[in-house]
Design a protein around this ligand. Structure first.
Ligand SMILES: [Mg+2]
Length: 219
């Protein structure tokens, strides 16, 4: 059975990437617009749970003029195009990927903007364990999950094999693999952003585990 992982919040905490990207947007704002306290404010908002319109909220909190459309677009580019030097794996994820890598083929299917997903993979050193990750964005924005395209592509690379998809978001991750006959496993970490999310119709995983440590035993 080929084990296929999701990336964000399955193998590493996406919040680590977000903090690194917000810092990059903050540095950009300081250099380009002279907004000195912007980076610190973004970090503070994120730490307090802020996830929406952070650039606008930070500007407002600092008493700046509302960012223009152009400034917002530039900040978003600084965020998405920044290149993290390193990202932390979840310890259980690294352990299980190392263990399984020695035993069987591993693969990865991930949504998200490019090149950000590629930069994340580089920062994690993913290639030594999973050399040919599939980023759905490369197939076209319409093929982000729950599109089956990426899953079908992987099946065409490994004809006759069985697959299991390991991911964290029950709202979109398991619809396509289930429809194609894959086994599906949700990792539901206590602090995960989708820990409280409910299953999509026809998108319930076969099993739920709280850490990837338990994965080898149920394969
Ligand atoms: Mg995910």
């Amino acid at each position: 059975m080929i084990v296929v992982f999701d990336l964000d919040d399955t193998l590493y905490p996406e919040s680590a990437y977000a903090l690194s990207a917000l810092a990059a947007a903050g540095r950009f704002a300081q250099a380009e617009f002279g907004w000195d306290a912007f980076a610190a404010k973004l970090t503070e908002l994120f730490a307090r749970g802020g996830r929406r319109e952070l650039f606008q909220v930070a500007a407002r909190d600092l008493g700046l003029n509302p960012p223009t459309e152009q400034q917002l677009a530039a900040l978003l580019s600084a965020y998405r195009e920044h290149r993290p030097t390193s990202l932390p794996w979840y310890p259980d994820a690294l352990e299980v990927v190392r263990t399984l890598h020695a035993q069987r083929p591993l693969a990865l299917i991930s949504d998200g903007y490019l090149p950000a997903q590629q930069y994340k993979a580089e920062a994690l050193g993913l290639a030594q364990w999973i050399p040919n990750p599939i980023f759905t964005e490369a197939l076209g924005r319409e093929h982000w999950k729950p599109s089956p395209r990426a899953f079908e592509l992987l099946m065409s690379r490994h004809p006759g094999q069985d697959f299991v998809y390991v991911a964290d978001n029950p709202g979109k991750d398991f619809i396509a693999p289930r429809s194609l006959g894959w086994k599906t496993i949700r990792v539901r970490r206590l602090e995960g952003i989708y820990a409280q999310a409910t299953d999509a119709p026809r998108g319930s995983p076969d099993q739920v585990i709280s850490s990837l440590q338990g994965l080898p035993a149920i394969l």
